[in-house]
Ligand binder design. Sequence first.
Ligand SMILES: NC(=O)c1ccc[n+]([C@@H]2O[C@H](COP(=O)([O-])OP(=O)(O)OC[C@H]3O[C@@H](n4cnc5c(N)ncnc54)[C@H](OP(=O)(O)O)[C@@H]3O)[C@@H](O)[C@H]2O)c1
Length: 354
Amino acid sequence: MQTLENQKNMISVGIIGGSGYTGKYLLKFCSAHPFIHSVTLYGKKTAGKSIYSIFPELSELMPDMIVTDASSLSYQHDVYFTALPHGEALLFVPQLIEAGKTVIDLGGDYRLENKTEYEKWYHQAHNSADLLQKKTYGIADYLHRVAYTESLIANPGCYPTATLLGLLPLAEYFSDRIISISTAAYSGSSGAGKSPKAELLLSEMHGNVRAYSVNTHRHQPEIEQNLRAYQYKSDYSFTTHLLPVAVGIYATSTVFTKEPVPQETLDFLYKKQYSDSPFVRVRESAPDLNWVVGTNFCDINISANGRTIVITSAIDNLIKGASGQAIQNLNKYFGWDETLGIIPKGIHCAKIPA
Ligand SMILES: NC(=O)c1ccc[n+]([C@@H]2O[C@H](COP(=O)([O-])OP(=O)(O)OC[C@H]3O[C@@H](n4cnc5c(N)ncnc54)[C@H](OP(=O)(O)O)[C@@H]3O)[C@@H](O)[C@H]2O)c1
C-alpha cells in the first residue's frame, strides 16, 4: 500500500478504454476525486472524438476533452485503469507494470491465478502469466485485513462481486459444514458493454428472461477460485440469466449444510464482517435491485431455514461491479478514505446521477 507521505502530489490518471460503459463512470468518479489532478481518456475507434460526442451528459465536467488514440499511450500518468474487452488489456498491462506504473484492470485478463484456467475459459493465450500470481484481487469490501502490496489490481467481475460478497463470510467461517452451493444470477444488458449485439436489442429483451452461457460462464472459475481460497471444497454451480433491464445484478445463492446454522449466528457474522464497509448493507429482507442501481452499494440478505441458507445480493454492475469498486481499490491502494470520488460527503445514500 502507498501512503499519503510518499504520495504527496496529486495523481494523474489514464483510462484506457474510457469511452465504454464502465469508462463513463471512471471518468465521472475521477473528475470528482480530490487527489486526481488530471484524467486522459484513451480509445481506439473513438480516438479524436470530443467528450460531447461520446458522453454529452458529462461534457460540462471536462468540456475540452478529446479521446486520445491508445496507440500513442503516454507513460507519464501515475495510475492507469484498463476498461477493455478481454484480451485487449494484455496489449497494455505488461508494459505498464514493467514501467513501474499502477494498473487497475476492470476486465477478466488478470483475475484468475492460473494460465491454464485462463486459456481454458477465455479461449486465448496469456502473454504475461507471471502477473497472475503478482496481483491483488480487488474485492474491495472483503480486503479489510489485506495490504495492497502489488501494483496490479484485478478488479473483480460484476457477478463475482455480488456473489462473493454474499458468500465469503459463510465460506470463511463455515466451509467445513457446507455440502454444496448453487448461485442463480441475473444481469441487465449493460453487463455486455456498449458494442451492439442482436440478442440485446430491446425487441429481443422486452418481456423476456433467459439463461445464457450455462456451465460455461467465465465468472464461474473466478468465484470458485475465491471460495477455494477460504477452504471451500465442495461443489459449486453458477447459472447466469439476462434480465430485461439496462443496469443491475441480482444473485441468489442456495447453500446446503450438514447441520443447521442458526439465523442469529449468521446475522451476527454478516453484521460484524461488514461493520467497517461503507458500501455493504446487510438487510433484514431480500433486497430489491432498485435499492442499489445508481449507487456503489451491495445489499445482502441471509436467511436460514434448517439446513438450507439462501443469500440474496444486489449491485449496480457498472458501479459496484466495475468502476465504483475500481475507485475504492485506488483509494485503498493509496491509503485514502475509500469513499473518495465515489460519493460526495453528506449524501451517503444518494444515487449517483447516470
Ligand atoms: N459492463 C459491465 O457491467 C462490466 C462490469 C464489470 C467488468 N466489466 C469489464 O470491464 C471491461 C470494459 O467493459 P465495458 O462494459 O465498459 O465495455 P465497452 O462498453 O464495450 O467499452 C470498451 C471500450 O474499450 C475500448 N477499446 C477496445 N479495444 C481497444 C484498444 N485496443 N485500445 C483502446 N481502446 C479500446 C473501446 O473504445 P473504442 O470504441 O474507442 O474502440 C470501448 O470504449 C470489460 O473487460 C468488461 O468485461 C464490465
